[in-house]
Design a protein around this ligand. Structure first.
Ligand code: G1P
Length: 296
């Protein structure tokens, strides 16, 4: 098996109920972060981490996802005719980011069910899994999936991204336990999906990125519905880590979950404030609101 990771799977089939009514007609993965759909950031991270073949798992009614990554001839002609060459270039870039393919998840039975559909695409290769509604912003560090790839190159074993969360939040995540064998590198001995505070083995949470090996597929085929009656990727990993070494990487980067209202608003304010053309006007508006509400 090659140690170069060139494939990525992006689960993007879920309903996005936390963002209704917006997600009634628009896939949650197309929620904008300023002016760019969250899924584009995710695809760009995969590409920047070495992936050139990407499988996006979608569901019925999510064809807008496909459209976003396909050429738009009329639009491109219009941009060309009106001399908007820079915009035209950035539109064309989206169509050529990677070889993107799609598979439909007919039964929305969880993250494990989504990843299980990627067996044929993955073949005998290692692959990234990037959750399609979550942006990992690594600022100046390597992209988060790239950080996992560095560990894979070193150890040749699968890796999950980890981030420490407050104790009261453990029940929202897959929680890992293990020993820290080097700074930020954990050799895992267990992984529990959304434990309650009392039974959480640690505060180290799985953070939207995975680097997996094809031996996850037989485990995915064996698991039964778990937490919330869904097929949990966590449960398949839990089985696998009894049989082989499995690492956790405490990643450098900030996680933005665009699938929740608070995450969506916070991420948009933060990313907008990085844009010089938006900074001043938005900053002034926020200040005014805070003063008006006597918060400042
Ligand atoms: C999923 C995983 C969970 C992980 C979380 C954030 O949960 O099942 O283990 O910690 O993503 O990456 P979800 O947020 O989809 O319920």
């Amino acid at each position: 098996m090659s140690k170069q990771v060139t494939k990525a799977v992006i689960p993007a089939a879920g309903f996005g109920t936390r963002m209704l009514p917006f997600t009634k007609a628009v896939p949650k993965e197309l929620i904008p972060l300023v002016d760019t759909p969250v899924l584009q950031y995710v695809v760009e991270e995969a590409v920047a981490s070495g992936a050139n073949e990407i499988l996006v798992v979608i569901s019925e009614g999510k064809d807008a996802v496909k459209n976003h990554f396909s050429p738009a001839e009329d639009l491109e002609k219009r941009l060309h005719d009106s001399g908007k060459e820079l915009l035209l270039e950035s539109m064309q870039k989206i169509n050529t980011l990677a070889d993107i393919r799609y598979v439909y998840q007919s039964e929305l039975n969880g993250l494990g069910g989504a990843v299980a559909l990627a067996g044929e695409f993955v073949g005998n290769d290692p692959f990234f899994v990037l959750l399609g509604d979550t942006v990992m912003d690594s600022a100046d560090a390597l992209p988060v999936s790239g950080q996992l790839a560095v560990l894979y190159e070193k150890y040749g074993d699968p890796v999950v991204a980890l981030a420490e969360v407050p104790l009261e939040k453990v029940s929202s995540y897959g929680i890992a336990s293990g020993s820290e064998i080097a700074q930020g590198v954990w050799l895992l001995d267990d992984l529990v999906e959304k434990p309650d505070v009392a039974s959480a083995p640690s505060r180290m949470a799985v953070s939207a990125r995975y680097l997996l090996t094809p031996d996850i597929f037989p485990e995915l085929g064996r698991i039964k519905p778990g937490k919330n009656n869904e097929m949990q990727l966590t449960d398949a990993i839990r089985e696998l880590l009894q049989k082989r070494r499995f690492y956790g990487c405490q990643v450098k980067g900030k996680r933005y979950d665009l699938g929740s209202v608070s995450g969506f608003i916070a991420a948009n304010v933060e990313f907008a404030m990085r844009r010089p053309e938006l900074q001043e006007v938005l900053g002034r508006q926020i200040l005014d609101i805070l003063k008006e509400k006597n918060i400042l």
